[in-house]
Ligand binder design. Sequence first.
Ligand code: PMP
Length: 307
Amino acid sequence: MIQLQKPKFVYMGGKLRLWDEAMLHVGCEAVTRGLNVFEGVKGYWQPDGRFGVVMLRQHYERLRRSARLLHIPFDHTYDEYMRAVYDLIGALLEPDRDMWARTTLYVTEGHWGENTVADLVVTAYHQDKQLPEYINLGVSTWQRSADVSLPARIKTSTNYQVARLARIEGRAQGCQDMVLLNQWGRVAEATGSCVLIVREGGVYTPPATEGALESITVDIVETLAHSLEIKFVRRPIDRTELLVADEIAICGTLAEVTLVKSIEGLPLAKEASILGALQERYFQAVRGIYSHPFVELSCFESSTVRV
Ligand code: PMP
């Protein structure tokens, strides 16, 4: 359980600190208004003994976009960002366990958009190397907020209040995750991942303009699908298409490619052969077992990391 781990170090204020010393003041906008933007990045042990972080540059670029949209200054270069991630992961790495890191820009000073100052904080958590289990997926009564209210394009914690409500709702129904519909009643995304469905041999996912985050994993899965000659199309998805889909999966940096066994209590009609093949190819690529040129891995030798 990621949220229960308290690893020894956190990166904050430009250096590693002990977990218990990483504090924010109750008066800062990060606390009073939940003002932050963040990225979750995932790293896997590679066959050559190095540790590889997936699509780190793309996460940095999306963090910049989120920061720009919320008027949060972010002047770290990519190299500085990468170094912060490497420093923390390097200090915490354990053999045979992968890691997920959360890189967050917390607004530590400023008021209503004036004199805004932010700090890059990195926390990282161990993850066991195992295939994600099949999940039950529901459809929430909570809605993805519209682009004119709280845009899904901005990866900020406040966007996850609704996701949290949806998960609480889903738990009572035995669902591990929930689909959020958009203001038009169509599929937007799941609480922390995007939705993929299969109909008649093709894979479909809603475009970001339907209220989904601009997902890096969807870009990967789309490219892998093309390499495997599987049809992949981004188009709006009606709610009822979930119920008649042959296969469903959710995908994201943390969710990876997680297959769905039931939707709103109904078992999926077919075995996940197409999404299962994409899942397998995804893990081969991120684990460096069978790399793909699109899937960039920032690799480092864990022993040479500066701590
Ligand atoms: N939607 C939401 C709400 C998410 O939190 C995530 C995870 N970052 C995704 C989609 C998938 O995005 P990515 O593939 O870039 O991790």
